[in-house]
Design a protein around this ligand. Structure first.
Ligand SMILES: [Zn+2]
Length: 260
């Protein structure tokens, strides 16, 4: 009698706090799962990185919507799935979860290059204004091109994917239950590149040899500014500094409400 009583007594000890909490958690998970599924559907419509995450430029920083890289929670899963679909992963001894980190890194690197482009035109703009005023005309001009000129937009997305293509993507091997002889490192870069080839024009036209200097020159061409070697050099330097910067990152489950 005493033995069977015991679990009952224990249960009555913590009744309400535990159970409703679990129910709420499950409900949250269900909603999040639905959102992730929805995210994959939305991705299939346009196949752009911008559906999975986006860069909030520092020019538009606001305390209620800070600058940085925003990534939707389900995005690494979407890319991992797409990498498998693209085919080149099938020969590797890889399990799904091990693809999540390289998948996340591909989004972060893509969005980081949008930051580098913003940084590229910032010193140029300061020199245009003789350092007297911090007007952001050059970047605004680029943003204007981004939204109104498909040719510029394709160039910017191509630059971002070229930067992704220049990186190596090593798997983090998750310790497995059964010992198996796995290679110490597997580069899933080819699978990321195959995935990017399934993206729209611009994104899929990446070239792993495109340098920061070439990108800077191209930016000046689009801005109709004379290409001066010192200016190009300072832009390329600003870009390499931007790429080393630790940018604020946010994992989100839905678009920010105050997004504009
Ligand atoms: Zn992009």
């Amino acid at each position: 009698m005493q033995i069977t009583d015991r679990p009952l007594r224990l249960e009555s000890h913590f009744p309400d706090e535990v159970i409703p909490y679990n129910i709420i958690r499950l409900e949250e998970e269900r909603i999040l799962y639905e959102y992730d599924r929805h995210l994959h559907q939305r991705f299939r419509d346009t196949r752009t990185f911008e559906v999975l995450g986006f860069y909030r430029p520092f020019h538009y920083h606001r305390s209620d919507f800070p600058w940085g890289i925003y990534v939707y929670r389900g995005s690494p899963k979407v890319i991992a799935h797409e990498m498998i679909q693209a085919g080149s992963i099938t020969n590797e001894p890889v399990i799904f979860d091990e693809l999540l980190r390289p998948a996340l890194n591909s989004i972060l690197l893509h969005e980081k290059y949008h930051h580098a482009i913003e940084a590229a035109v910032t010193p140029f703009l300061i020199s245009q204004n003789n350092g007297n005023s911090l007007r952001y005309d050059s970047y605004l001009a680029l943003q204007n091109l981004y939204f109104n000129s498909p040719m510029y937009r394709e160039f910017e997305e191509k630059s971002c994917n070229s930067f992704v293509a220049r990186n190596r993507f090593e798997l983090d091997f998750i310790p497995r239950m059964h010992g198996s002889s796995l290679p110490s490192s597997v580069d899933v870069g080819p699978a990321i590149r195959d995935f990017m080839k399934t993206q729209p024009p611009g994104y899929c036209d990446f070239d792993a040899t495109l340098s920061n200097t070439e990108t800077a020159k191209e930016l000046l061409r689009f801005l109709n500014v004379k290409i001066q070697p010192t200016l190009v050099k300072s832009m390329a330097k600003a870009m390499s500094q931007a790429l080393k910067r630790n940018i604020p990152k946010y994992i989100i489950t839905s678009p920010p409400t105050n997004m504009e």
